[in-house]
Design a protein. Sequence first.
Length: 270
Amino acid sequence: MLDRPLVAGVVNVTPDSFSDGGQTLEPAAAIAHARALMDEGADLIDIGAESSRPGADGVSAEQELSRLMPVLDGLSSSPVPISIDTTKPEVMRAVIGAGAAMINDIGALRSPGALEAVAASGAAVCLMHMQGEPRTMQQSPSYDDVVAEVRAFLAERVAAAEAQGIARERIVIDPGFGFGKTVAHNFELLRNLHRLAEMGLPVMAGWSRKSTLGAITGRGAGERLAGSIAAALLAVQHGATIVRVHDVAATRDALAVLAAMDGLGGRGKR
Ligand code: 8Y7
């Protein structure tokens, strides 16, 4: 098992995140950003080309691949494993063929053919819970018992993955903070994250810059670093093994302080 939490750095390769770049600049900017996050100490780089923010529209597999493949090629000699955020089986197959170590699927491999695409490879997978779909998920999130429902969903998806031949050793679970959840739902899941960790699989938690932090602090998307750090620490204290963040260096410093308190050594221990 891991002796310290891992930090996954977020890299977006979407036109709206690099709006000043043309077709050829976008991959270059994404590659440079990924390298910078590696230098900051990222254990994993999660690259996404389909905006999954609330209200976002989808993109075609061709569009996704035209954005992702040059970035993967540019990072092919990098030592840090690459995760690709996608829900499409054709994208999964292509990026795994190009060296991606993990598929991060906000749809938990529910797209037809997605289980098979991952099973046919040796790649790891992150199975994330989402209520509804990105375009509409924040309209009226509703649960009787959010923790029990998220846990049952993830257990079902883990069982489906294992039945398809994906070994447990390859699976990470994630409650999907902000994906069809109110502020209260997100905090109830955070407080009870240990109940997901009890499933015996690594838990990923993504709070970085999310709107729930804006609701708590009153801060805009660009001003949520302190809130993001606090949430990442709380997630690790409540059982998260991987935190998905935009600000890798700051998160690593905060986790080093936590590790020092827990007696596991600081950032020297990698
Ligand atoms: C998460 C995620 C996003 C998350 C996992 C954002 C792609 C929204 N959030 N994947 N993706 N977990 N596994 O604000 O929380 O970063 S996109």
